[in-house]
Write a protein that binds this ligand. Structure first.
Ligand code: NAP
Ligand code: MG
Length: 458
């Protein structure tokens, strides 16, 4: 913080565990409320200078950070592989490439964005919100940091980050990168630590102007309530239970294969994963067969990494058991440990069939390699099921033609929908309807979260 590594006020350390080997691979400080306080002071002190820096200059620092990240991509991918357990190919193709692209996008947006506009006799300025407290989870450890820090810095805000306790090492590398990129001291500050200690101190700090949180709905709800009481801005990116809707006439094999890949990537630890596949009655059995075949390609320890912790593994297995108790049929995988694997927090890639919309496994976020197949009768039924959870983060629609798929997607209560396999766009707004969250990340919509407006009349 304040431009250099600083000792914590506590000597407590958090052990970082490789979830594939269950070995401790590093230790980081368990930051305290006093550490958070010092970091917020540093961010406050740096705010006048950074917010007055030309946006193009702020963009140039982000571009330099992007280039440094690209140059260190092998090392960063290895870190994410070690602390998250991501297979090396996925670590470099997604965990490093995605934040690199996002840094690049905000480098451009900072330089291009109209921070001043004329509205009649007014001049409207988009000014930074101030000091941002960012709290991030472990599932996409670098992406989720960059998705908050890059737009905050582009906007002219200063930041204090509390990364997930399970994945702090990549956060430390990112801090080095920002420093090397020429970011002035105090503009970005990192405090590693535990959620209920450092995280809570940051969320509740009176001198933080905006709290941006990604993680569980429970913690998000509490942070939102606290921000409401303090009348401060808050952005929440919470869970999901997204629907992958295969309309009659769509390419079933493609829809199911892409859908399985979407869920099993990152071992199912993706908030936007399409964890419910909805198929019409006539083609349901065929879809089950395709899903089983697709799931067989995800061998634990190879294409399928472990879960982040023993606790998450047990939680996911508990959900599989709960599904069976409520009448679901295991057609691939199951709650047992993968054959011959005694080490690592692995869960078998699991497909549940005969799942009905009210079952727990169709309603709650499982956050593991588990996909459920739900049968529908007609399109209205499919829409009711797709919209029938408390969440609304993402989704997919596959139709015989784009027009029918788009028409269906427009009726979905969700923030993002991929049409017939549309590609992820790092500049498109990402965020939830309903209990999936408040606010948007990425692109100019993501930038807007970190801005407040002032109008001058002439
Ligand atoms: P979590 O506890 O909500 O963690 C998210 C972040 O919040 C972490 O940095 C965490 O610190 C911090 N935190 C925890 N308690 C806090 C508090 N009282 N005040 C302020 N910050 C706090 O999530 P989790 O326990 O890692 O995962 C549990 C479930 O959340 C998952 O099974 C999944 O369903 C969901 N989840 C969703 C996303 C998403 O992208 N939407 C990401 C991760 C998890 P620690 O790391 O020290 O806990
Ligand atoms: Mg936690």
């Amino acid at each position: 913080m304040g431009g250099r590594w600083q000792e914590s006020t506590s000597t407590d350390r958090i052990g970082v565990v490789d979830p594939a080997t269950e070995q401790v691979i590093g230790r980081v400080p368990a930051g305290t409320a006093a550490d958070i306080d010092a970091a917020v002071s540093a961010a406050r002190a740096a705010l006048p200078g950074w917010s007055a820096t030309e946006p193009a200059r702020r963009g140039a620092v982000l571009a330099a950070a992007r280039d440094l990240l690209a140059a260190r991509r092998k090392e960063i991918a290895a870190t994410v592989s070690a602390e998250l357990g991501a297979p090396p190919a996925f670590a470099s193709a997604v965990h490093v490439a995605l934040p690199t692209a996002v840094l690049g996008s905000f480098a451009e947006i900072a330089a291009e964005f109209a921070f001043v506009e004329k509205v009649g006799n007014s001049t409207v300025y988009q000014e930074p919100v101030g000091v941002v407290g960012a709290i991030t989870p472990w599932n996409y450890p670098l992406h989720q940091i960059v998705a908050k820090v890059a737009p905050a810095l582009a906007a002219g805000c200063t930041v204090v980050l509390k990364p997930a306790e399970n994945t702090p090492l990549v956060a430390q590398q990112f801090a080095e990168i920002l420093d090397e990129a020429g970011l002035p001291a105090g503009v970005f500050n990192l405090v590693t630590g535990l959620g209920p200690v450092a995280g809570q101190a940051l969320a509740e700090h009176p001198d933080v102007d905006l709290v941006s949180f990604t993680g569980s709905t429970d913690v998000g709800r509490r942070i939102g309530a606290g921000a409401g009481a303090a009348v401060k801005r808050v952005a929440l990116e919470l869970g999901g239970k997204s629907a992958n809707v295969v309309l009659p006439g769509a390419d079933l094999a493609k829809a199911v294969n892409v859908g399985i890949a979407n869920v099993f990537a990152n071992s199912g630890q993706t908030c936007s994963a399409w964890t419910r596949i909805l198929v019409d009655d006539a083609r349901y059995d065929e879809a089950v067969g395709i899903a089983v075949e697709a799931a067989a390609k995800y061998r634990p320890g190879d294409r399928l990494g472990p879960l982040i912790s023993g606790r998450q593994r047990d939680r996911v297995r508990g959900y599989i058991n709960r599904g069976v108790e409520q009448g679901a049929r295991i057609v691939a995988g199951g709650p047992e440990a993968p054959d011959g694997m005694t080490t690592g927090y692995y869960v078998r890639p699991t497909v549940l069939a005969d799942v009905t919309p009210e079952m727990t496994v169709a309603q709650e976020e499982i956050f593991g390699p588990v996909v459920v197949l739900i049968r529908y009768q007609d399109e209205d039924d499919a829409l009711r099921i797709a919209n029938g959870t408390v969440y609304g983060l993402a989704g997919a629609v596959w139709g015989a033609d784009e027009e029918s798929a788009v028409a269906f997607a427009r009726r979905m209560d969700t923030g993002q929908v991929d049409i017939n396999g549309g590609r992820f766009n790092p500049r498109a707004p990402f965020g939830g309807y309903k209990q999936s969250g408040v606010g948007r990340e990425l692109g100019t919509h993501g930038l807007a979260e970190y801005l407040q407006t002032k109008s001058l009349q002439f």
